[in-house]
Design a protein around this ligand. Sequence first.
Ligand code: MN
Length: 131
Amino acid sequence: MSSKPAVLIVEDNKINALVLKKTIESICEPDHVICDEAVFRAVSERDYKIILMDINLGGNSLDGEAIMKILKEDDRYRHIPIFAVTSYAMPGDEERFLSAGFDRYYSKPIARQKIKGDLGLVLSTQVESNR
Ligand code: MN
């Protein structure tokens, strides 16, 4: 069993998911799902320390913002930081997503060292606060 913290990647694009996974896998144990139902199943089965959430997930899934809001309204999951990772990168988009309830915002294409560094900091802070 790995001692690394679990992080959930929600992303419907295989290439984006792979890039994100490769970016963070040295500091955490990433799982990847592509749609709303898989998110709700995953969080019920594993204690994720962070969720990285794409917004557009295809026509058969709720979008990432709707999924985030459902998780934030649920006492079991509201403590999990949820970071938007999205190609919505027009002026005002960051503020809009943060106002909606996301804990952080990253635009695509992702700045890999930035996101890895930020995740490392958040994960290490969580470990300290659990001691
Ligand atoms: Mn997408």
